[in-house]
Design a protein around this ligand. Structure first.
Ligand code: 2AM
Ligand code: CA
Length: 265
């Protein structure tokens, strides 16, 4: 796919995300307890996630015929193919169900398993983050960059606390303790896709979390890379998409932050 086609698809994907975002915003506060299912420990879902996913699949299939899907709610056949969308129709479901206003739609497109496009819509702030391979990263069409900061003491860090997989909690909380002493502070927003985009646009300096899925991070990871930042697994490699651990960091703190991660994990 050439750059023009990619740019086009990126714009269409933002439009699609906006359509479905309007649906999600309209459903806020309407889901009853009886309509909430528990998929696994602390992992919630409702008709809202599923309907949003069906809407996305329909519109993205029309935008790119013959594309296939990997989606959190599996409302469509999960396939591999040249062009594959990786979708989280509602990232931050727990926030959504508790009416905490941080939740997003995360959409990535891969060509032959390489991510070539990422769109994250933070629904309540109407902030659409987007990037395509070698095309730069944008927030509502304005170019964005990671923060130019190389001082850990000036940095604001995002993370996700473990909520179902406690195997590495010892290492996690040792690092956490270290970071509260060495940085300006730590935030837990509850949406990995939003955390990643906030690193991309310089609101956060770095982010780390383990036990995430590919649909939580695929779009945000490309957006960070295109904004001049870095994404790693905890060993400093690039197995962050399916490897269930991710670190995102601006350029100036790359070495120091990765060293901290590797000291603890
Ligand atoms: P989800 O809403 O799509 O499931 C942040 O920790 C990530 O974990 C989020 O992107 C969120 O994605 C997922 N998550 C699932 N259940 C969670 C919970 N109970 N608390 C926090 N995050 C949760
Ligand atoms: Ca989700």
């Amino acid at each position: 796919m050439d750059q023009n086609e990619l740019k086009n698809i990126c714009q269409q994907t933002c439009k699609t995300a906006n359509n479905v975002g309007n649906f999600l915003r309209d459903e806020l506060g309407k889901v009853s307890n009886q309509q909430i299912e528990t998929k696994s420990l602390n992992s919630l879902v409702s008709y809202v996630d599923k309907t949003a996913e069906e809407m996305l699949v329909k519109q993205l299939s029309a935008a790119l015929p013959n594309s296939v899907f990997l989606t959190e709610e599996e409302t469509v056949e999960q396939q591999k193919g040249e062009f594959r969308w990786i979708i989280d129709p509602l990232d931050g479901t727990t926030n959504f169900l508790h009416q905490i206003p941080v939740f997003a739609i995360s959409i990535a497109l891969q060509q032959n398993e390489e991510t070539i496009l990422g769109v994250v819509l933070e629904i309540n702030r109407k902030e659409c983050f987007s990037a395509y391979k070698n095309g730069g990263a944008f927030l509502n069409e304005q170019p964005i960059k990671v923060k130019a900061n190389d001082q850990l003491s000036d940095s604001l860090i995002a993370t996700g606390f473990p909520y179902y997989d406690f195997e590495r909690e010892e290492a996690y909380f040792k690092l956490f303790r270290n970071l509260i002493h060495q940085t300006r502070g730590i935030r837990r927003l509850g949406s990995a896709a939003v955390d990643l985009c906030y690193v991309a646009c310089g609101r956060f300096d770095a982010y780390f979390e383990y036990s995430l899925n590919s649909w939580d991070v695929a779009a945000g990871a490309l957006i960070i890379q295109e904004a001049g930042g870095h994404v790693f697994d905890f060993s400093g490699g690039n197995d962050f998409l399916f490897g269930r651990e991710i670190v995102a960091v601006n350029d100036g703190l790359k070495e120091e932050f990765m060293e901290l991660i590797q000291t603890h994990f």
